[in-house]
Design a protein around this ligand. Structure first.
Ligand SMILES: Cc1cc2nc3c(=O)[nH]c(=O)nc-3n(C[C@H](O)[C@H](O)[C@H](O)COP(=O)(O)OP(=O)(O)OC[C@H]3O[C@@H](n4cnc5c(N)ncnc54)[C@H](O)[C@@H]3O)c2cc1C
Length: 458
């Protein structure tokens, strides 16, 4: 580690590594240092291999509909290695009245789904006449008002699948700013989506995106991104100070200086470093934690064809949902065995994470065997306990983003991205990382980008 750098990036998770990747690409001469607290890069991304099974502690893939992530795949050559599971080819299920029911894959299929009654389907159309409200609401309040209360279990399932969150707490303005923008511009979300679809119908047909991962697991992405980077591991940053036109970064191993400083950290870690410089509106954001129960079954298990299922809270089940991993990606289970990854805990049930591994496995097996045909006990079972939690973008989040904007304006050379600021998915991280790199290279702050509309969250 030298004393002075052009750019110091704190955090070598996907945000930090992607920022460094885009900086190196846009301006190859820059002297960039990444500082990482732990002994390994990658942060929340961590693959797990045992007895021929391949699972993930963190993300299980990302959709290929985000330009910054696609660019990284092409730049690193990983586009040639990546496995893909197209959304159009796989079913997704929701637990509804104790059974797995397929989610409608296309908008018109909503008309025939048994997930909503006839009156509930009619109620969806009220969205055309309901005026948007200005104030921030929870996702539950917003969706219930626009589309009726019957839609809430489906909203719950979607929020569980992305945030492991609570739709009565998450903020619509923070989680779906793009949908809110459309709603306000067109007076109705359905009207906006129909107009958008009409405009698009002249151009090339939009295929549903595909989920990407790699034969070695998602850690392959980290392995590719660390190449050619200067990363100082086991180096926790304890304080940042602006001095004589430079950023002084204090670590357990000494102080380094950078002309520009990128905080590529989960929001709560960033707040610890930023709070001494400016008081944030909240001291921390809530985090949702889960455990991943990795279950291998013989080929006698009859698992429905698809990505997996999600269970809304009203179904009162122990398991939040499960991914049918070996159907999504080949080579996740040895031979013709199958791999299922079940999620437990989340924002509403942190107490379940306190249970021992054996009890968790037993309760998950009991739960899922009521939903699918599992004639035999698992041949492999392991509880994975990810260290990272998922930051929840709840009602205070818009104020926190407004505060971050002010801090970046006031403090030259400081850039803030990372887990739980502009979103929580990998595609959100790569997009913010690219924006930070562009701003640094251009020597200016970019405008706040227009909020994207995300049809499928990840
Ligand atoms: C259980 C789980 C499941 C997920 N599933 C999906 C999914 O299926 N699809 C998807 O798109 N996304 C998913 N995500 C989200 C995805 O993992 C994140 O978007 C992404 O990994 C965040 O990257 P990051 O670099 O911003 O943060 P992190 O991965 O948290 O990396 C931050 C790094 O900063 C380091 N650090 C922290 N403090 C300091 C300090 N003071 N000094 C130096 N270093 C520090 C940490 O050690 C860490 O390595 C999931 C996340 C979790 C936790």
């Amino acid at each position: 580690m030298e004393k002075n750098y052009d750019i110091i990036i704190i955090g070598a998770g996907l945000s930090g590594l992607s920022s460094a990747h885009f900086l190196n690409k846009m301006s190859p001469g820059l002297n960039v240092l990444l500082l990482e607290k732990t002994g390994r890069p990658g942060g929340a991304v961590q693959s797990f291999k045992k007895d021929g099974f391949l699972a993930e502690l963190g993300p299980h893939g990302f959709l290929d509909n985000a330009p910054a992530s696609r660019e990284i795949l092409e730049d690193t050559g990983l586009d040639k290695e990546a496995q893909q599971a197209p959304l159009g080819d796989f079913h997704r299920y929701v637990c509804h009245q104790g059974k797995l029911v397929q989610l409608p894959q296309k908008p018109l299929k909503i008309l025939t789904t048994p997930l909503l009654s006839f009156s509930a389907k009619l109620r969806l159309l009220a969205d055309f006449w309901i005026k948007p409200v200005e104030e921030n609401q929870t996702i539950g309040q917003w969706a219930g008002r626009r589309f009726g209360k019957s839609i809430l279990p489906l909203v719950d399932a979607a929020v569980t699948g992305s945030f492991s969150g609570d739709y009565t707490k998450l903020s619509i303005d923070a989680v779906m700013p793009g949908a809110r923008r459309l709603e306000k511009e067109h007076g109705s979300l359905l009207r906006a989506l129909i107009r958008k679809a009409k405009k698009k119908s002249d151009g090339p047909k939009n295929k549903l995106p595909a989920m990407k991962n790699f034969p070695q697991g998602l850690e392959r992405l980290v392995d590719a991104l660390v190449q050619g980077k200067e990363i100082e591991l086991r180096t926790a940053v304890t304080r940042i100070v602006r001095k004589d036109g430079m950023w002084e970064v204090e670590t357990e191993k000494g102080t380094v200086s950078g002309k520009e400083l990128v905080l590529a950290l989960p929001v709560n870690e960033a707040l610890k470093l930023l709070s001494p410089l400016d008081t944030p509106p909240v001291s921390s954001v809530p985090v949702s934690r889960i455990v991943n129960v990795v279950l291998g079954f013989s080929n006698k298990a009859r698992i429905p064809y698809g990505f997996g299922y999600l269970a809304p809270e009203c179904e009162k089940r122990f398991t939040l949902g499960a991914m049918f991993s070996s159907q999504m990606f080949p080579n996740r289970a040895p031979g013709d065995n199958v791999l299922l990854e079940a999620l437990v805990g989340g924002r509403r049930h942190p107490e379940r994470l306190e249970l021992g591994d054996e009890e968790i496995i037993e309760r998950v097996c009991q739960d899922i065997s009521q939903l699918m045909d599992l004639p035999e006990k698992p041949i492999f079972a392991q509880v994975l306990r990810p260290k990272s939690g998922i930051p929840q973008l709840e009602m205070d989040h818009p104020a926190l983003l407004h505060w971050r904007f002010g801090v970046e304006q006031k403090m030259p050379g400081l850039y803030i991205c990372g887990f739980g600021w502009d979103g929580i998915g990998i595609n959100d991280m790569t997009k913010s990382a690219k924006r930070v790199a562009e701003d640094i290279v251009a020597g200016k702050r970019g405008d706040t980008p227009e909020a994207p509309v995300k049809p499928v969250y990840f």
